[in-house]
Design a protein around this ligand. Structure first.
Ligand SMILES: C[S@@+](CC[C@H](N)C(=O)[O-])C[C@H]1O[C@@H](n2cnc3c(N)ncnc32)[C@H](O)[C@@H]1O
Length: 255
């Protein structure tokens, strides 16, 4: 699929379809994801904590999910006794129907029913053998410190060196565990994936190898195509990062 057809389908979802799916993510988030996608192209996507699929559908539409490029939906689903902070209940049939309804067939997605705390190195190796390395991994399960650290470390093991990792609720005062987890990680030691940008309630991480390149890509794409978005370079944990604050009252198509 050419980038133009992909872009049109994605713009259709972001301007309309996304509003029919329950969950927590806003279309303006793609102002930061899209320029990186254009540089790295298609590949597997995965999410821990899919709820009803709102973000996952957008990721599948961005990164060309299909029979040879499967997405992974990881959630407790009916094992909600391990949902320790009660932030949404992932419902397998609802997610499947929502993905179906947006053209992402069942055969193109691997549904993994798991408590994310059971995802360790062995599971990461198995995940990569089955799915390949992810181009985008979304961490949006339990917001407690222990889960957030574990889930980010799992994401780093299964994400390609040119891929992105998103950590949801980084800026949400109702879920301080996410910020605390990230602070503990980056104050205590170095990781291959480092903070890149904060936008639309998510912290985006990318590999140290691509960090300077992606900062420039994102900054230049947004400055050219979404001039009403406010951007500021700020230092987080010693790394140069961007804070990206779109104007949520308006939608302008991705370019
Ligand atoms: C905030 S919702 C996710 C929102 C979703 N990403 C969206 O786009 O709207 C949190 C999800 O995490 C799942 N969850 C909670 N604790 C979990 C755990 N320990 N392991 C895996 N999934 C978990 C819940 O079932 C729920 O579906």
């Amino acid at each position: 699929m050419t980038t133009d057809i992909r872009k049109d389908a994605l713009n259709a979802y972001l301007s309309k379809g996304i509003h029919d799916v329950k969950g927590w993510c806003v279309p303006q988030l793609w102002q930061t994801i899209w320029p990186v996608y254009k540089a790295i192209g298609d590949g597997p996507v995965a999410e821990i904590g899919v709820f009803e699929g709102k973000f996952l559908i957008g990721l599948c539409k961005t990164f060309g999910t299909g029979p040879d490029n499967k997405a992974a939906a990881i959630d407790l689903f009916d094992m909600q006794e391990f949902n320790l902070d009660g932030a949404g209940v992932g419902k397998l049939e609802v997610v499947r129907n929502n993905l179906d309804g947006h053209g992402i067939g069942r055969d193109n997605v691997t549904y993994v029913k798991a408590d994310s705390l059971t995802l360790r190195t062995r599971e990461a190796d198995q995940f990569v053998a089955e799915n390949g390395l992810c181009k985008f991994f979304s961490v949006d399960g339990c917001h407690e410190v222990v889960h957030t650290v574990n889930d980010i470390e799992f994401a780093m093991k299964v994400t390609a060196n040119d891929g992105l990792i998103a950590v949801d609720d980084y800026a949400n005062p109702n879920w301080p565990g996410v910020q605390e987890a990230v602070a503990r990680m980056y104050i205590l030691r170095d990781f291959p994936f480092i903070p890149l940008a904060v936008t639309c309630n998510k912290l985006l991480l990318c590999s140290y190898s691509y960090h300077a390149k992606y900062l420039e890509l994102i900054h230049s794409y947004i400055r050219t195509n979404h001039p009403s978005t406010h951007m500021k370079f700020v230092t987080r944990f010693g790394y140069r990062t961007l804070t990206v604050q779109p104007d949520f009252r308006t939608w302008s198509d991705l370019q």
